[in-house]
Design a binder for this molecule. Structure first.
Ligand code: GRF
Length: 216
C-alpha cells in the first residue's frame, strides 16, 4: 500500500482530545524503517492537547471546528476535502469524538481505522470503563478495527485484553487499557502500511488470511 517503493505510507490522524494514541503513532513513525508517516493531524476542537503533541513533533495540524457547519453531512464534506488535500493512504481515528456520516465512511472504505477502548463487540459506545466495572467484568481491553457503517462494529484487526482488578476505578482501568491501545494501534497501522492488512469484501485479512480474534 506504499505509494512508491520504500516511501512510507501517508497517514492522516483525526483527534478530539488528549492524543495519547496519536503520540504512540508519532513515536512509532519516528522509528527507523516504520512504514508509515503522519502527514497531518486534524482536530475538530482547537483545545485538543493532541495538537500540541503534533506540533512538538513538527507535524502539520489543522483544526476544523464542527460548530461552524449546519449539518453532520456538510461538516464531513469539508473534513473529507481537508483530509484529501494531504492525499493519505490511511486515515486513523484516534479519539475523534464524532459520529461519521455514511458518505465519509464509504469514501474511506478499507483505509479507515479506529481504536476503541473495549473488547468489541462488547461495550460499543462511550463510558466503556465504568460500564465494565458496573457489570462486574473480570476482563476488559482494547480493539483496533476497520470502520464501517455500523458504529464500533467494523471488522476487528487486533485486540488486547487486560484484567479488571478488585480495586480498579474507571481511571485506573482506562490507564491499563490505554497502555494496550498504544501497542496495538501502531502495530495495526504498520501491517496496513506494509500491505499485509486489507479489508476484502467486508472482511479483515492479514497476509491473505481472515483475521479472527478470540472476541469475535
Ligand atoms: C481512547 O481510549 C480511544 O480508544 C478512544 O478514545 C480515547 C482517546 O484517547 N477512541 P487519546 O486521545 O488517544 O489519549
Amino acid at each position: 500500500m506504499r505509494s512508491k517503493m520504500n516511501e512510507p505510507l501517508s497517514v492522516v490522524v483525526l483527534i478530539s482530545g488528549n492524543g495519547s494514541n496519536l503520540q504512540a503513532l508519532i513515536n512509532a513513525a519516528e522509528e527507523e524503517k516504520y512504514p508509515a508517516r503522519i502527514s497531518a493531524v486534524i482536530s475538530n476542537r482547537n483545545d485538543a492537547y493532541g495538537l500540541q503533541r503534533a506540533r512538538a513533533a513538527g507535524i502539520v495540524c489543522r483544526v476544523l471546528p464542527h460548530h461552524a457547519y449546519e449539518t453532520r453531512e456538510i461538516y464531513d464534506q469539508a473534513l473529507m476535502a481537508l483530509i484529501d488535500s494531504f492525499d493519505p493512504g490511511l486515515v486513523a481515528l484516534a479519539g475523534f469524538m464524532r459520529i461519521l456520516s455514511a458518505n465519509f465512511v464509504e469514501h474511506y472504505s478499507g483505509r479507515l481505522l479506529n481504536i476503541h477502548p473495549s473488547l468489541l463487540p462488547k461495550y460499543k459506545g462511550l463510558n466503556t470503563h465504568q460500564r465494565v466495572l458496573d457489570d462486574g467484568e473480570i476482563e476488559h481491553g482494547a480493539s483496533v478495527h476497520f470502520v464501517t457503517l455500523e458504529l464500533d462494529g467494523g471488522p476487528l484487526i487486533l485486540q488486547s485484553p487486560v484484567p479488571v482488578l478488585a480495586d480498579d476505578t474507571a481511571e485506573s482501568l482506562a490507564a491499563r487499557v490505554l497502555n494496550q491501545e498504544h501497542i496495538i494501534y501502531p502495530q495495526a497501522v504498520k501491517w496496513f502500511a506494509e500491505g499485509r492488512l486489507k479489508l476484502v469484501d467486508g472482511v479483515a485479512m492479514l497476509d491473505n488470511k481472515v483475521i479472527s480474534t478470540p472476541y469475535d
